[in-house]
Design a protein around this ligand. Structure first.
Ligand code: ATP
Ligand code: MG
Length: 275
């Protein structure tokens, strides 16, 4: 009789993390690109799904040509394998988005299973991948809205990672996001967890940033990652060069913070798997 647990032979499905916050400009896309890059740098096989019609993750990764996009995948015209394109970062690929994605809500409105389109596409991807080179992380870059696209992301995800900008109104809107996550857990996706909250754009020159960090930690406790992403001009410049900041300037404080965040994410993943 085998001494191995059955799970040792089961192919490991990709972990799916949704980067979500309905507030605009808080660092969702920047975190998707740079956390994805940092995870790929330590050997993970990472796929970013650009789920925002603005297509910022695609632009920020230098993907200009988008003949097949997230909209084609969600509407069943293409598979993730068809749409996925390589980036300059080894092991990091992306399903790019175009403005067409704005039509998704209308296109899907009357269909059954409209909440599970992305989940089903990811399941098909996992089933067709060679286990030797299978995707280990999927990061979904959500739009700044709690619309059907974000609901698809939350219905497909194992966990949500919430970027929160260090500003006066940081916590505003968070209650609504957390109650949406809870509602999705009850109605659509019982396994959905909050992976963590990452504080972004911390400005060490202002006492306001420190105050926000203290308030957020008091309210959310251990859910907040120890790593804080500083406001750093290199992070803001890198998308216009079509590169993650880790390729643009490896040494800058923003790059170093995203490397630390990736270690924390991997550590939390280890604990989740062991539990
Ligand atoms: P949206 O809601 O529009 O999708 P978002 O939440 O994805 O926005 P980003 O696009 O990642 O937010 O960031 C908003 C802006 O802030 C961008 O111009 C980005 O370059 C800049 N930015 C993000 N993080 C940092 C940082 N750590 N330091 C400096 N600028 C940053
Ligand atoms: Mg964005």
């Amino acid at each position: 009789m085998s001494t191995f647990p059955v799970s040792a032979f089961a192919p490991r499905r990709a972990r799916v993390l949704a980067l979500a916050n309905q507030k605009g400009g808080v660092g969702k896309t920047t975190t998707a690109i740079n956390l994805g890059t940092a995870l790929a740098a330590v050997g993970e096989r990472v796929l970013i799904i650009d789920l925002d019609p603005q297509g910022n993750a695609s632009t920020g990764l230098g993907v200009e040509q988008r003949p097949v996009s997230t909209f084609d995948v969600l509407s069943g015209a293409a598979t993730i394998a068809d749409a996925r394109v390589a980036t300059h970062v080894p092991r990091l690929s992306i399903v790019p988005a175009t403005i067409d994605l704005m039509a998704f809500e209308r296109e899907a409105a009357a269909s059954s299973g409209k909440h599970y389109r992305l989940r089903d596409c990811l399941a098909a991807m996992s089933a067709s991948e060679d286990p030797e080179i299978a995707t280990s992380y999927v990061l979904i870059d959500c739009p700044p809205s709690l619309n059907l696209l974000t609901v698809n992301a939350l219905a497909a995800a194992d966990a949500v990672l919430v970027p929160l900008q260090c500003e006066f109104f940081a916590l505003e809107g968070l209650a609504q996001l957390l109650s949406t996550v809870e509602e999705i857990r009850v109605r659509l996706n019982p396994k959905l967890q909050i992976h963590g909250v990452v504080l972004t754009m911390y400005d060490q020159r202002t006492s306001l940033s420190d105050q926000v960090v203290q308030d957020v930690r008091r309210v959310l406790g251990e859910k907040v990652y120890a790593t804080i992403i500083p406001r750093n001009v290199r992070v803001a410049e890198s998308p216009s060069h079509g590169k993650p900041v880790l390729l643009y300037d490896y040494r800058c404080s923003g790059s170093q913070a995203y490397i630390r965040l990736a270690s924390e994410v991997i550590e939390r993943e280890r604990r989740i798997r062991a539990a």
